[in-house]
Write a protein of this length. Structure first.
Length: 687
């Protein structure tokens, strides 16, 4: 004997012979005058409900079982727990989650009775278990990676098949005779492990399940209907409270109640945050496992694969990398070797030639704990859930990108859409027949396959342009001769600072800033991409030193302000006017604005009063309602003009716009002119 009190956990489906085994085992493992106490769930049900076939609420039965177990252990009496214990959380609830009055050496007895024998013996019981339940529990014990194991807190797990034993008692005697020697040998095997705060299987699995849950539901919230339904399927009403409380409410029904310790989950979340797991951007700081508590429970069983500090660190470095960079891979390099190369330089990671260890860790951790779909093609890499967004939101994002690439003809979105669809299918998120919920009615009039080979409307040219925008580099473009043009459109070669790509009504435009001769700011213009060709990048010609790096940010802010004030993308050709209009100072803006005044019918006015984001509100003045009108203006809407009661066009409207907008902006004139006879006084204007 090893000097510790021994208790025994029987493991097997209904009808496997557990009760018969318990009766034979009790006198063998107890003392001469006190056999081991058998705690059978069927007997406890009979006590609680008067009938062993009445299941009753499991928490009531569990509380009584734990009370009896603790009392027996306190009295120094060995116990045999007779129940199926078919799932790991049910076993861990006793071997590691339950606080006992003294250290206990748990012995697991795994009955591997064949299914037909279990079914036959079950039918002979006074209260047979339903066949479907028996098969389900039998299957649970066959689940690869989660079968009974010493790492669950067992000093030993003994396997036997009562269906093949002619003398079960003699078989038990033989197994008990070699038990002490076997336990000593197993313990010596683990004597060199450097243990840490997540060495126990219960703590390790709680951490892994929490991490996997966070990768599926970032923030443990439901920002879309699909995620809400999925969370409600797990926990009923959406859980509330702190992150740890919500995690406990989800992990309990999803994985097992032994993993739903709120205090422990609070510490897990804090540790994950300190190690960089909860950051979206990649981090390369070392993984520091918490120390093992000196006053923690005595662990008299085996240890899981990640119990040793070095193994835990390298696996958690890998998990963090894959969470923050899903599906990281490189064509032409074996995936395992590529991941090892990516992790080099992080303390405790894989050695350069440790590809076999990495593959083993993936097999033992990533696949069993749900970090990658089973049977997925490993050439895709390994992605941990959805990382930043729940699956429903990713589908919405896909549909938006698909609309941008298709309907709007965004050249840079084509490659993005292809890669996004590929990754979403790898992750099992995108069905082949997914239909969008929202679509864009507007579409680009430019056919991407029918433009010139050097046009900025093509994806590979647009990518170079985007890179120049991000780097704030001066580029040389060519406006094609013979392409459609307005009177103010520049011609020939353009040396510009590209600012942003803008979709407007019918196509994609480049908003750029001309080089301001003698001053830091330049005129801002917009030109359609298909009318521009890429010539060259002026290398080394980034903004001059006297212009600070924030100049692009200021120019982009000026562009955004001009689009608001002008109500479109035509900004005239006067630099000082652009600067004053973008200043947001009324005294500087006023000289450049003219007031366009007109009257309209009730039908047209109904449309105009609803479109209050075409121009800033300070540039709009609308009619008040006529007596008897069936609408009520919003208190903050600019309804301040008096209507004309006896007129066919009773509703006045005033718009303060730049003069070039009123006189030369095609979109503006098409907008108002499109109402035809519903507007009178247009194009009359007054300064």
């Amino acid at each position: 004997m090893t000097g510790f009190l021994r208790c025994h956990l029987l493991i097997g489906p209904p009808g496997s012979g557990k009760s018969s085994l318990a009766a034979l085992l009790a006198p063998l493992v107890g003392s001469a005058d006190q056999p081991a106490e058998i705690l059978a769930t069927d007997q406890l049900r009979a006590e609680l409900y008067g009938d062993p076939s009445i299941q009753g609420p499991w928490p009531e039965l569990e509380a009584l079982l734990q009370e009896r177990l603790q009392a027996a252990v306190a009295a120094g009496r060995s116990v045999i727990v007779d129940a199926t214990h078919a799932r790991r959380p049910w076993r861990l609830a006793l071997t590691q989650a339950l606080a006992l009055p003294q250290p206990v050496e748990w012995i697991g007895w795994w009955l591997q009775t064949e299914l037909p024998v279990c079914q036959a013996w079950n039918r002979q019981r006074p209260q047979p278990v339903p066949e479907a339940v028996l098969c389900r529990l039998y299957g649970a014990l066959q689940q690869e990676g989660f079968q009974p194991d010493r790492s669950e807190g067992f000093a030993a797990v003994l396997e036997l098949d009562p269906g093949t034993e002619s003398d079960p008692e003699a078989m038990l005697q033989r197994k008990l005779e070699g038990l002490d020697r076997s336990i000593r040998a197993l313990r010596s095997r683990y004597s060199k492990l450097e243990l840490h705060g997540y060495s126990r299987l219960l703590d390790l699995e709680r951490l892994l399940y929490l991490l996997q849950l966070l990768s599926r539901f970032p923030g443990l919230t439901a920002s879309d209907h699909a995620s809400r339904r999925e969370l409600e399927d797990i926990a009923g009403p959406l859980p509330e409270g702190s992150m740890a409380q919500r995690a406990a409410a989800l992990l309990g029904p999803l994985r097992g109640r032994c993993y739903a310790d709120v205090d422990a989950l609070e510490m897990d979340l804090a540790w994950l945050e300190r190690q960089g797991f909860l950051q979206a951007r990649p981090v390369r700081t070392p993984i520091m496992p918490p120390p093992r508590l000196a006053d923690g429970p005595a662990d008299l069983g085996g240890w899981p694969h990640l119990a040793d500090r070095a193994v835990f660190v390298r696996v958690m470095v890998l998990l963090r990398h894959l969470l923050q960079q899903p599906f990281d891979r490189q064509a032409g390099t074996p995936l395992a070797q590529h991941l090892i190369n990516q992790l080099q330089g992080i303390e405790g990671t894989y050695a350069p030639r440790a590809a076999a260890s990495l593959r083993k860790d993936i097999q033992l951790v990533l696949s069993p704990y749900g970090f990658r779909p089973r049977n997925d093609n490993v050439r895709h890499g390994h992605g941990l859930g959805t990382a930043l967004l729940p699956a429903g939101r990713l589908l919405e994002l896909h549909h938006l990108v698909a609309q941008e690439a298709g309907r709007l003809g965004d050249p840079s979105a084509q490659d993005l859409l292809q890669e996004l669809e590929e990754r979403l299918r790898w992750g099992g998120i995108l069905p082949e027949d997914a239909l969008p919920v929202r679509v864009f009615a507007n579409r680009s009039i430019v056919h991407p396959e029918l433009v010139r080979s050097d046009s900025l409307a093509l994806p590979h040219q647009a990518e170079k342009l985007e890179a120049a925008i991000e780097a704030d580099q001066w580029v040389v473009l060519q406006r094609y001769g013979g392409s459609a043009r307005h009177a103010e459109s520049p011609e020939g070669e353009l040396r510009v600072w590209p600012l942003q790509l803008v979709f407007h009504n019918i196509g994609w435009y480049l908003a750029y800033e001309e080089d301001g001769v003698g001053r830091s700011e330049g005129l801002i213009r917009c030109e359609r991409l298909d009318r521009l060709g890429w010539r060259q990048l002026e290398r080394g010609q980034q903004r001059p030193p006297e212009r600070p790096p924030e100049r692009r940010r200021e120019a982009v802010a000026r562009l955004a302000r001009l689009m608001e004030v002008c109500g479109g993308i035509y900004f005239g050709d006067d630099l000082q006017a652009q600067l004053d209009l973008a200043s947001d100072e009324p005294e500087r803006m006023a000289p450049w604005l003219v007031t366009v005044r007109f009257h309209c019918t009730a039908a047209v006015f109904g449309f105009l009063r609803e479109g209050l984001q075409r121009f800033p509100l300070c540039q709009i003045r609308l009619s008040r309602p006529l007596p008897g009108d069936g609408w009520t203006p919003h208190p903050q809407a600019p309804h301040c003009l008096e209507p004309s009661v006896d007129s066919s066009h009773p509703y006045p409207v005033e718009l303060d716009v730049p003069q070039w907008t009123s006189e030369r902006d095609v979109d503006f004139r098409r907008w108002l002119g499109g109402y035809g006879e519903g507007i009178t006084g247009w194009p009359g204007s007054r300064p």
